[in-house]
Ligand binder design. Structure first.
Ligand SMILES: Nc1ncnc2c1ncn2[C@@H]1O[C@H](COP(=O)(O)OP(=O)(O)OP(=O)(O)O)[C@@H](O)[C@H]1O
Length: 288
């Protein structure tokens, strides 16, 4: 299921004195199974795009096509329910949306709301709990008795239980410690690879964008300013800097290797390998 955005424009509070143009001239195609990250300065329109992807916001101009379903400005939206089923959104701090008395009921709520039987929804709850790496023993616990990281996973399981084909993630690791962040990011990466899910991630972490994405778009003042692979995007340090963005630490280190004469294809991909190689080349100097 591909996604195509054509000439998308969005104005908050359109036709009021408070009207604000948040997106204009946004054109984007995302092939099924792609991991796309959206980066950009605060206020550049990242969250506004995300909210169009499952129909929370409707375009004031242009269209969004999810598979065969088109959401178009000025037209009655017939497909919203189907689209919301296909596109799961994990908001910042998704655990704030937990509300049921047990973990099992919370995860099963979404599928049941979409007409799945209680029995099938509970089976789904158990399966997704395992996918997010939590033990069955917590199913009958209150979500509010869990740790912050566990609550986050339960909330993510609730989105996965709907069986989405596209996962839209708005800073899904905000507020977690580095280990918790890596675990959650690795989980999404695994889901993309194993289930061929399309992932669309909004992040302020250049490191995550560089590490996980197949493609990156850079938003600036409401439109797409750059679109390419991580290598293409992060090789344009000057342009990124003009857009108020820094390079990921890994890339800064990799550039040191290139300055030492390595070709682009020879540089390692992970920060650990990069640091090791820099140390090997430069003796004991630790660039961190
Ligand atoms: N509810 C709203 N009403 C009016 N203007 C809004 C509203 N939400 C966002 N905006 C404006 O729309 C523009 C895009 O905001 P958006 O939240 O999409 O940016 P963002 O790139 O996600 O920012 P951040 O990184 O801070 O989350 C900004 O100028 C913002 O002030």
């Amino acid at each position: 299921m591909d996604i195509t955005i054509k000439n998308l424009e969005y104005r908050y509070q359109a036709r009021t004195p408070f009207e604000r143009l948040a997106l204009y001239d946004v054109n984007l195609s995302v092939k099924k199974g792609t991991y796309l990250s959206i980066i950009g300065h605060t206020g550049s329109g990242k969250s506004t795009i995300l909210q169009h992807l499952n129909g929370l916001l409707k375009p004031t101009k242009g269209s969004i096509q999810i598979g065969e379903h088109i959401i178009e400005a000025g037209k009655k939206q017939k497909h919203l329910k189907v689209v919301r089923n296909l596109v799961g959104i994990v908001f910042q701090f998704p655990e704030h949306q937990l509300f049921e008395e047990t973990v099992e009921k919370d995860i099963a709520f979404g599928p049941m709301n979409f007409g799945v039987s209680e029995e099938a929804a509970i089976i789904k709850a158990r399966q997704t709990l395992e996918i997010v790496g939590l033990p069955e023993s917590i199913l009958q616990k209150s979500p509010f008795d869990l740790s912050g990281g566990q609550m986050r996973r339960v909330a993510i399981a609730g989105v996965l239980a709907m069986g989405p084909e596209v996962l839209v993630l708005d800073e899904p690791t905000a507020g977690l410690d580095p280990r918790g962040r890596k675990e959650i990011m690795d989980l999404f990466y695994r889901l993309q690879k194993e289930q061929n899910l399309t992932i669309i991630l909004v992040t302020h972490s250049m490191e995550d964008a560089a590490k996980y994405s197949d493609e990156i778009i850079v938003m600036h003042k409401g439109t797409i300013e750059m679109h390419g692979t991580p290598k293409e995007i992060f090789s344009k340090a000057d342009k990124l800097s003009a857009l108020g963005l820094d390079l990921p630490e890994t890339v800064k280190l990799q550039r040191q290797l290139i300055d030492r004469g390595l070709s682009f294809n020879e540089i390692p991909l992970t920060i650990d390998d990069t640091v090791a190689q820099i140390k090997a080349l430069m003796g004991e100097v630790n660039p961190l």
